[in-house]
Design a protein around this ligand. Structure first.
Ligand SMILES: CC(C)(COP(=O)(O)OP(=O)(O)OC[C@H]1O[C@@H](n2cnc3c(N)ncnc32)[C@H](O)[C@@H]1OP(=O)(O)O)[C@@H](O)C(=O)NCCC(=O)NCCS
Length: 160
């Protein structure tokens, strides 16, 4: 089935929360309250990837142009290494660029090797190590990408 990318709608919430629980260890995955908080921020954007009508990935950001922050990126384990995260990120970066974002920040655990490899492959560079950032004991990298001024992709519209 071809991958479909679309914007988040409230009906997706349960599937996104379940996917987040499966992608991160307890304590790092988001509670329903925290995930809902991020998704309902006026400055939030969330792009969802569907395969055959089933949600297989999503990405959430918040923005204050020219800066944006990636909150989370989750891909179902059975769908990894097929470009799902890359497609989600490309769409989100395009949306952000069209709204004047030039610099995107995120944090990822230093021991999350797939994620660090992924972000590096997409042009994100390590700026700092944040000691004991997760659970008071796991270090994180702060990573940043400066978007090229020429980025010009079609936006996925936010649902109201
Ligand atoms: C990190 C994650 C989002 C990547 O999703 P994905 O859909 O598998 O990523 P893509 O298929 O788009 O990968 C693009 C590139 O990233 C790199 N990459 C991705 N996963 C990798 C891995 N496990 N090991 C090494 N490199 C990897 C590769 O360069 C890959 O290109 P290639 O497959 O042609 O070699 C996914 O593993 C995931 O959801 N992990 C759990 C949640 C998480 O850690 N999220 C990030 C938190 S900051």
């Amino acid at each position: 089935m071809p991958l479909t990318l679309r914007s988040y709608g409230p009906r997706d919430f349960a599937a996104l929360h379940k996917l987040d629980q499966s992608c991160f260890p307890a304590g790092i995955s988001y509670s329903k309250i925290t995930l809902r908080y991020f998704l309902t921020l006026p400055s939030a954007d969330c792009v969802v990837a569907e395969d055959g009508g089933r949600i297989v990935g999503f990405i959430v950001s918040e923005e204050n142009p020219p800066l944006a922050h990636i909150i989370t990126l989750d891909v179902d384990a059975k769908h990894r290494r097929h470009g799902v995260a890359s497609a989600l990120l490309e769409t989100l970066e395009g949306n952000l660029a069209l709204r004047g974002v030039r610099s995107i920040l995120l944090e990822t655990a230093t021991n999350n090797e797939p994620a660090v490899a992924f972000w590096k492959s997409r042009g994100y560079r390590i700026e700092a190590t944040l000691k004991r950032y997760y659970l008071g004991r796991i270090d994180a990298y702060e990573m940043r990408k400066i978007l090229p001024a020429t980025l010009n992709l079609q936006p996925v519209k936010k649902e109201s």
